[in-house]
Design a protein around this ligand. Structure first.
Ligand SMILES: Cc1ncc(COP(=O)(O)O)c(C=O)c1O
Length: 432
């Protein structure tokens, strides 16, 4: 009875493993979620194999892809079974806001890819940001964050967390002295975005983690711009990673979602419980689409980065361009740090056309291959104006201090043909 079919391989965390009710005594009683029988143990496998196979579960029909368990609730064998599951004496799915196999496939894959303990999938990137803020900050606490974070990640702190007596300070986190100067006795969280949106400023995560930990401060990183394919903050000593999976993780501009990955069980249990209680959960259909998009992350990013490098070089050498900020260019002030910390430079860049916003608008109004839209990290190239769009809610002075000038244009490079992309920008620049 205890012999398992050979192709069933146990999951990485025994206490999160769901085999059969016969084994349920082996499982930690605190476990809120349980894993299914997974098809392949990817623990020792390489990144691309994890992208394809991590988290996929074995169903009774041998489905190669985890099906969409589009159900809000799960039935119990009998009243005792239900009571045991609620009391966590026995593993098993109860209700989709708490846990669902399709969502869990995605969460486990993300935890595996980020080398973390556990993943928590949520409704949007902003839900992930708020889960981290709410989980680690209470009344009287202080947070230090990168000054050029995604606009709403900053605005929510200034507009709403102040209502709960939570103070925030925004600094250039690429300058470690600035971080140290901003720390106060009540600082509980260092929140870093690197590269920053949209200025492409890079923070040394290993050093930032060290100075935070020396003071007992938790460090969380928004890894949206890089994805675990290019940067693994947990390996660099950070505690928490989060993503707007609306971007590179899903990659197809058809889903909004978020995920948080923790390094420790303690942080996982805390944030997972908060996710359940705040109802921030992802939906099974959303999770299915994102898990499908994730499988091609590395080939999408390789192609987008190749395109981005060529476009950055084209723009930098163009007489009508004032400056280009792309970590892959030697002119980027932190090019060497990017090479050390990231395994690629990504597909995001910002630039300014000579003539500022007026000239920039001509580019945005005349491109025909790049799409004028916010968001990033998809297979299509998107162009936008952060000062009036993604970062519009930030104060004027805050924008200036964060380097989000009126003339700055952000380009998220996709995987179209490079000649079409460059010719498109060329013809738009001719109109300036
Ligand atoms: C870096 C970064 N973090 C978080 C978010 C918020 O994500 P979402 O729009 O999925 O809520 C975004 C959105 O653009 C982002 O760019």
């Amino acid at each position: 009875m205890f012999l398992l079919p050979l192709k069933f391989v146990f999951t990485k965390h025994l206490f999160r493993t769901y085999l059969h009710n016969v084994f349920y005594e082996l499982i930690s009683l605190e476990t809120v979620k349980m894993l299914n029988i997974i098809i392949m143990n990817t623990k020792e496998k390489n990144f691309e194999t994890k992208l394809i196979h991590s988290g996929a579960i074995k169903d009774q029909f041998g489905a190669v892809v985890t099906p969409i368990y589009q159900t809000s609730t799960f039935s119990f064998e009998n009243a005792d079974d239900g009571a045991d599951k609620f009391a966590k004496r026995k593993p098993g799915y109860i209700y989709t806001r708490i846990a669902n196999p399709t969502i869990q496939d995605f969460e486990d894959a993300m935890a595996d890819l980020e080398n973390g303990f556990g993943g928590i999938a949520v409704a949007s990137g902003m839900a992930a940001v708020n889960l981290v803020y709410m989980g680690f900050l209470k009344s009287g606490d202080h947070i230090v964050a990168s000054e050029a974070v995604y606009g709403p990640s900053r605005v929510v702190l200034e507009k709403f967390y102040t209502q709960y007596n939570i103070e925030s300070t925004f600094v250039d986190t690429s300058d470690l002295n600035e971080i140290e100067k901003a720390f106060k006795p009540n600082t509980k969280l260092l929140y870093v975005e690197t590269p920053t949106n949209p200025t492409m400023v890079i923070t040394d995560l290993e050093k930032a983690a060290k100075i935070a930990h020396d003071r007992g401060i938790i460090i969380a990183v928004d890894n949206t711009f890089s994805s675990p394919y290019l940067q693994k903050p947990l390996d660099l000593g950070c505690d928490i990673v989060l993503h707007s999976i609306t971007k590179f993780i899903n990659g197809h501009a058809d889903v909004v979602g978020g995920v948080v990955v923790t390094k420790t069980k303690e942080h996982f249990d805390k944030l997972n419980s908060l996710m359940i209680l705040t109802g921030a959960n992802m939906d099974p259909h959303q999770a299915y689409l994102v898990r499908r998009g994730l499988k091609t992350l590395s080939i999408r990013m390789d192609r987008a980065e190749k395109n981005a490098m060529e476009i950055a070089e084209f723009l930098e050498s163009h007489p009508k361009i004032e400056w280009v900020s792309y970590p892959g260019l030697k002119s980027h002030p932190q090019h060497e740090l990017a090479k050390k910390q990231m395994s690629g430079f990504g597909a995001l860049m910002s630039f300014e056309v000579k003539g500022g916003l007026k000239a920039g608008k001509i580019i945005m109004d005349n491109v025909k291959v790049s799409v004028l839209a916010v968001s990033l990290g998809g297979i299509e190239t998107l162009i936008q104006h952060p000062a009036s769009m993604t970062h519009a809610a930030m104060g004027k002075q805050d924008k200036i201090e964060a380097g989000i000038t009126d003339g700055l244009i952000r380009l998220s490079v996709g995987i179209e043909d490079i000649n079409d992309l460059i010719n498109d920008l060329k013809q738009a620049l001719e109109k300036v």
